[in-house]
Design a binder for this molecule. Structure first.
Ligand SMILES: [Zn+2]
Length: 235
């Protein structure tokens, strides 16, 4: 599953000084934020800094450190802050982090470390889920740029689109067979793919207003997808 390219990337990364990995590609802002927060180790009082392996463990006493609140999901998951994400690499990083911070590995450690491992684990799960799904990834990326889309943002969406969604919902409600549901599903999937491609373009051009509009549409389709899933689930 781990392609040669991913393996090569990881080998290269291991050669870099600890703490630097993956951050070179981030914006300067994120780097300076992450770099400025290297508090002393809660356990031995040793200073963090460049010697801290990816910020998780104290290089002196090896105690697990608390999560870095200034670190965003992209940095945590070692991804560029971009809508385009290499999902194989993301999955690999998720597994790597799970092996580092999973609470099972801390059952014999102090209460503090157990608590930190729980916090890290939750954060890693949330980061992975958020960056894996295009809609959530896009919404998160917009949030990092200070833009949020409240639920029920109807007024900015064109009528034609809303009619399309309404028709999908009606067709779904009327669908009597598995084939009929699957036909709707494949059409919706194709529409989502088109929207994902458009969102990619909008983010690449830093056109956040456009991205916002596209993600709002993706959210409508995501609701239709949830209904499809429900309909396919045997009672
Ligand atoms: Zn320490």
């Amino acid at each position: 599953m781990w392609g040669g390219r991913v393996g090569a990337l990881l080998r290269v990364r291991r050669l870099q000084p600890a703490g630097v990995s993956g951050r070179t590609l981030l914006s300067c802002n994120a780097v300076s934020q992450a770099g400025s927060s290297s508090p002393r180790c809660w356990n031995c009082g040793g200073s963090g800094g460049a010697g801290r392996e990816d910020g998780f463990f104290c290089p002196r006493c090896r105690a697990l450190q608390p999560p870095d609140p200034t670190r965003d999901y992209f940095s945590l998951m070692d991804c560029n802050r971009s809508f385009r994400v290499d999902t194989t690499k993301l999955q690999h990083r998720f597994q790597q982090l799970q092996r580092l911070v999973h609470p099972d590995f801390f059952s014999q450690r102090s209460k503090t470390e157990k608590d930190f491992s729980e916090e890290h684990s939750t954060l890693v799960n949330d980061a992975y889920k958020t960056l894996l799904a295009p809609l959530n990834r896009g919404l998160y990326l917009l949030k990092l740029h200070g833009i949020e889309i409240p639920e029920g943002t109807d007024h900015e969406i064109d009528r034609q689109f809303l009619t399309e969604i309404m028709e999908f919902n009606e067709r779904l409600a009327e669908a009597q067979s598995k084939d009929a549901v699957e036909e709707i599903e494949s059409t919706v999937r194709a529409r989502q793919k088109e929207l994902i491609d458009s969102a990619s373009q909008a983010f690449e051009q830093d056109d956040f207003e456009k991205a916002k509009e596209i993600l709002t549409k993706m959210r409508y389709f995501s609701n239709v997808e949830a209904k499809i899933k429900l309909k396919k689930t045997p009672l």
